[in-house]
Design a protein around this ligand. Structure first.
Ligand SMILES: NC(=O)c1ccc[n+]([C@@H]2O[C@H](COP(=O)([O-])OP(=O)(O)OC[C@H]3O[C@@H](n4cnc5c(N)ncnc54)[C@H](OP(=O)(O)O)[C@@H]3O)[C@@H](O)[C@H]2O)c1
Length: 321
């Protein structure tokens, strides 16, 4: 199959391209070239911010196009300018309008689509993904994959790698954790998601699918993180109010404790009902395998981790308790 991956040089897109090459497909990746393209693909330099940026990929009948775009204009121009037998859009659980309940199905309400072609800020991410979904679904046979948090080697955000890394490198006998240990968690391994997305393209599957791992809780993630790190450090549960006083953020970003959200309206955010995807062949591996993998990747990380607590911040919190 002649497969075009729009993107294909970063975390998930790269894994999709590598998987498709390994399955014997002829794979083209289209991106600006900020990162080295994966081995075995034909790389075409394109800038989708330009009105005619996809011209080098047009005039060709693609067997399938897989797109990881966030900007509605990128997808609108792709479906306008390219010809494909099947489209797959990587969307996000952020498309949903409400996260107060757990394991929503694909029928739950989504946000209003972004009208503009480009996001004005990160707050537009959910509406932008809904607009991307609308564009691709209007284009012809299409699969829309609403992904949950993606974990594993290459997770530059540090959200899935922080806890195994922190347990592998405690600053003392204790590791700072939020006391909301029942917080519902889920993540999908990048390899599982990539393999399933390629199979959707191969089989030209149509529909909207939630894709994430089995729902668990923060306690279980921390236990698994400590196990894969071979750590004897003990979690030190800090009341959420105390974390707020100490200026510790949640979910991601600097000075944060990841995989937990200090907001009842977002309690179901990480979880999704994945029965439809599983009936269509999605298989997810045990959490420990993903955490072990991402730990190995974190150990070799060269850039600073953009989330979690630094050693200095960890010591400051422990001293303040
Ligand atoms: N990470 C998560 O936990 C998570 C959760 C839910 C959903 N998702 C979704 O999963 C996908 C992640 O994909 P990813 O990791 O491969 O993507 P990514 O980090 O969003 O990378 C974007 C890709 O698109 C290319 N690109 C960006 N701007 C471009 C432009 N103007 N013209 C041409 N190419 C451009 C980039 O290459 P160049 O920079 O070289 O152009 C890169 O290959 C996204 O759709 C994201 O919304 C992620």
């Amino acid at each position: 199959m002649e497969l075009l991956v729009l993107g294909g040089t970063a975390f998930l897109g790269r894994e999709i391209a590598l998987t498709a090459v390994a399955r014997g497909h002829r794979v083209t990746c289209g991106a600006r070239g900020s990162a080295e393209p994966p081995p075995g693909v034909d790389f075409v330099r394109v800038d989708r911010d330009d009105e005619d940026g996809l011209a080098p990929l047009a005039g060709h009948g693609w067997g399938g196009v897989i797109d990881v775009a966030r900007q509605p204009g990128h997808v609108r121009r792709a479906v306008r300018d390219l010809t494909a037998a099947h489209w797959t859009l990587v969307s996000s659980g952020n498309a949903y309008a409400d996260f107060s309940s757990l394991e929503q199905t694909e029928d739950a309400a989504t946000l209003a689509p972004l009208v503009a072609d480009a996001m004005a800020s990160d707050d537009d991410y959910g509406p932008a993904k809904v607009a991307c979904e609308e564009a691709v679904r209007a284009a012809g046979p299409a699969a829309v994959v609403r992904s949950g948090l993606i974990g594993g080697a290459g997770d530059w955000s540090g959200r899935t790698g922080y806890w195994p890394w922190r347990f592998a490198h405690p600053v003392g006998p204790e590791v700072v954790v939020p006391d909301d240990l029942d917080f519902p968690c889920a993540m999908i391994d990048v390899r599982d998601l990539a393999a399933w997305i390629v199979s959707l393209a191969e089989r030209q599957v149509e529909g909207v699918f939630n894709a994430t791992g089995t729902t668990t809780d923060l306690r279980s993630v921390l236990d698994a993180a400590a196990r894969v790190a071979g750590s004897s450090a003990r979690p030190r549960s800090v009341p959420v109010e105390r974390l707020r006083e100490l200026g510790i953020d949640h979910w991601m970003g600097p000075q944060s404790l990841p995989l937990w959200i200090d907001d009842a309206d977002w309690r179901g955010f990480a979880t999704m009902d994945t029965r439809r995807a599983r009936a269509e062949g999605l298989v997810t591996r045990p959490l420990e395998e993903t955490l072990a993998d991402v730990l190995a990747w974190e150990e070799a990380r060269t850039e600073p981790r953009p989330c979690g607590l630094t050693d200095e911040e960890e010591r400051r919190v422990l001293t303040a308790l």
